[in-house]
Design a protein around this ligand. Structure first.
Ligand code: SF4
Ligand code: SF4
Length: 162
């Protein structure tokens, strides 16, 4: 289905999600990188050596969950906008997401924005916590979202005035 629509299916997504125990231990990167393409900037970017790609550069990245601390550095280096960070331990009701964002204008801290699912449909309200601009790299926006929807939300949209 991914090949036809570009949108990962629930089966695609469930194949790469960490277990609930790892999620409860704090932030972790999620790699929704499902295609075999010659690409590896994420591997080079990770300061903890948590990402590996086999001898064939076309292989998909594999994350060592024990090494990843969810810093989000790899997000800014991924040309496919395929990486996200989820902190499921953020609070009782909310999760913190770090999302790649390549539109202008950029959102601002404390701004309320729409949270979008993988199809780009608004599904919740998100609160911007931080906008991390990276020179010549992708901006990373930190948002809090309802924990129950954290695995569905993969983008944000600034609300139009009026
Ligand atoms: S979030 Fe940080 S530690 Fe985890 S894979 Fe990315 S760069 Fe490495
Ligand atoms: S940089 Fe992004 S697109 Fe390239 S292999 Fe890593 S996760 Fe996939």
């Amino acid at each position: 289905m991914l090949e036809q629509t570009g949108v990962p299916t629930p089966t695609d997504v469930s194949s790469i999600l960490p277990g609930s125990e790892r999620l409860s231990h704090g932030p972790i990167a999620i790699f929704e990188c499902f295609q075999n393409i010659p690409c590896n900037p994420c591997v080079e970017a990770c300061p903890r050596g948590a990402i590996s790609i086999g001898l064939d550069i076309n292989e998909r990245p594999v994350l060592d969950e024990t090494k990843c601390n969810g810093c989000g550095i790899c997000l800014a280096h991924c040309p496919g906008l395929s990486i996200f960070v989820i902190d499921h331990s953020y609070s009782t009701d909310e999760a913190l997401l770090k999302l790649p964002y390549e539109y202008l204008p950029l959102p601002k801290s404390d701004q309320t924005v729409d949270a979008l699912n993988r199809k780009g449909e608004p599904v919740a309200v998100a609160q911007v916590k931080r906008v991390q601009q990276n020179t010549n790299k992708t901006t990373v926006v930190w948002v809090t979202v309802p924990k129950t929807l954290a695995m569905d939300i993969r983008g944000i949209a600034i609300r139009r005035e009026g």
